[in-house]
Design a protein around this ligand. Structure first.
Ligand SMILES: Cc1cc2nc3c(=O)[nH]c(=O)nc-3n(C[C@H](O)[C@H](O)[C@H](O)COP(=O)(O)O)c2cc1C
Length: 493
């Protein structure tokens, strides 16, 4: 299996959906919460304060600060604003509730798990932990001096983000690896932005030896390490170093479903994108993204006061958007796009792989049409004229929200250029980047009083044809929509 075979074989078309309908086995739905049972569990202080930096200032490159004076307070504030439960929804027919989190997830299935290593934090034992979002606690899987070779061992906090593909495969079958990778991009940005809102820098490593990291963290075999994110900065409360012996508690991973269906294509693409121990050294730079220009110059981005801490916890996916006449301003659109242009800090992010195409439905001062964003010049190039509402919804698997939004997006990933630089591993990086852009779109929209929804379901080839793109010019990897959200009667905060 190569990335190309996987990608081709997981494209949606009317025929592919008709050919293999899927009925969800609700009795076998995977548990969205992983626990490593039988290990000490450490409390994270309840109700941590909200990072006060305005969300838009942060998204435009600003830094916040924190008053957290010790490890527990710091970790609590960080995780509360990047990975915790932030709302719940009620199933109207049964009255049952289910949890929603700070980081979004396709189908709310949450394949991403947050593990973290700590070193010399004040009043917090060094060791390896797994975050338990259901109780906002940390499962202590090992204590003592632990060094992940890749990161040099000196960062006070290192996250290992893992994916449990079965959670997504239960619903999305073979296409699920794409969604796991998008979700990983969202989780990465949730963490990176919360870190910056608390005054510290993060750096993500996508290039590492998978099996070594899995072994190092004693991960259950259904969990795959996908990103390593180290945090550094003076705002992290540290103490004098101590070199304690490592003691493993490990813990027993809970079983997520009665049965697990095998998806050989998912195993195939994961295998193809893995790196061996030798390969992870030295990631090669990618060719730069193409540059161009357009006839619409975007106005400077706006500012708004809403604090990052509130915005990140209030962020929700809109169920649908209000159609009709209400439009967004060009400045709002420009502010949202500016949030996506800020650099990503990762070993694989030296060159961007995603280009944004916009289906503009209702933006003041912009005629309806399809536009391409040229980020370096902050310009939009008109590609197609005319009303795009039916096309955007139709291409998004008939989901009306893409037509009722003020603007919808196709993210076009330069999969070939990524593969030239990084081999099959590049397939992951393109999807991480798409998820990361999506996360910034969510937060910028929320900060402007709008709503957003990530859209993983689209007719791949139909999008290519509609945008008149040859495969070597890039392939669609993610859709998105932003507008005025309809009221969601299921939502409870
Ligand atoms: C990668 C990805 C793909 C998604 N695809 C769709 C989609 O096709 N249609 C949709 O209505 N929502 C989609 N969503 C939104 C999720 O359903 C939503 O994130 C999830 O229900 C959790 O709700 P929250 O975002 O409010 O926390 C997607 C989200 C992500 C992150």
């Amino acid at each position: 299996m190569t990335w190309r075979e996987y990608h081709e074989s997981t494209k949606h078309s009317i025929e592919s959906l008709r050919r293999s309908p899927h009925v969800l086995d609700w009795a076998n739905m995977p548990d969205p919460f992983r626990h490593y049972e039988g290990v000490p569990v450490l409390d994270l202080p309840a109700d941590p304060p909200s990072p006060e930096i305005p969300a838009l200032e942060l998204l435009q490159g600003g830094y916040g600060s924190t008053l957290a004076a010790d490890g527990p307070a710091f970790l609590s504030q960080l995780l509360f604003h990047s990975a915790a439960i932030s709302a719940s929804k009620r199933v109207l027919s049964t009255g049952d509730h289910y949890a929603l989190r700070v980081n979004p997830s396709s189908g709310n299935l949450h394949p991403t798990e947050f593990h973290f290593l700590t070193r010399d934090l004040k009043e917090w034992p060094d060791g390896l932990y797994h975050y338990r979002p259901s109780a906002h606690m940390a499962e202590q899987r090992a204590i003592g001096d632990m060094k992940l070779e890749l990161t040099g061992g000196s960062a006070p906090i290192v996250f290992v983000l893992t994916s449990i593909a079965w959670r997504e495969a239960w619903k999305y079958r073979d296409r699920a690896y794409r969604y796991c990778s998008h979700d990983m991009g969202h989780a990465w940005q949730a963490l990176a932005l919360a870190s910056r809102a608390m005054g510290c820098d993060s750096f993500a490593f996508g290039h590492f030896s998978d099996d070594e990291v899995a072994r190092f963290c004693h991960l259950h075999e259904d969990e795959w390490p996908m990103l390593i994110v180290e945090l550094r900065g003076n705002s992290i409360p540290v103490r004098e170093p101590s070199a304690d012996e490592t003691v493993w508690y490990g813990g027993h991973a809970n079983q997520l479903s009665k049965e697990r269906t095998a998806y050989p294509r998912i195993d195939g693409i994961h295998g193809a994108t893995k790196l061996s121990k030798r390969a992870y050294r030295g990631i090669s730079p990618a060719e730069p993204a193409p540059a161009g220009s357009g006839e619409v110059k975007l106005p400077p981005p706006a500012s708004a006061k809403s604090a990052f801490g509130e915005i990140t916890r209030m962020r929700r996916s809109a169920l649908d958007f209000l159609g009709g006449m209400q439009s967004m301003s060009l400045t709002q659109l420009s502010t949202i796009l500016a949030a996506t242009i800020q650099p990503f800090i990762a070993d694989f992010a030296g060159a961007r792989f995603i280009q944004l195409y916009l289906y503009v439905h209702r933006v003041d001062g912009l005629q309806p049409g399809v536009y391409r964003l040229w980020p370096e010049r902050a310009e939009l190039e008109l590609i197609k004229n005319g009303d795009q509402r039916v096309a955007a919804a139709g291409l998004s698997l008939g989901q009306e929200l893409a037509g009722n939004a003020c603007v919808a997006f196709s993210m076009i990933g330069d999969l070939d250029r990524a593969a030239r630089a990084h081999g099959d591993r590049g397939y992951r990086y393109v999807h991480f980047e798409a998820g990361a852009i999506g996360h910034r779109l969510y937060l910028a929209a929320e900060a402007l009083g709008l709503g957003a929804t990530g859209i993983g379901a689209f007719y791949d080839e139909a999008v290519q044809r509609y945008l008149n793109l040859a495969p070597e010019q890039g392939q669609v990897v993610y859709h998105f929509a932003i507008g005025y959200p309809v009221h969601d009667p299921r939502l409870e905060t």
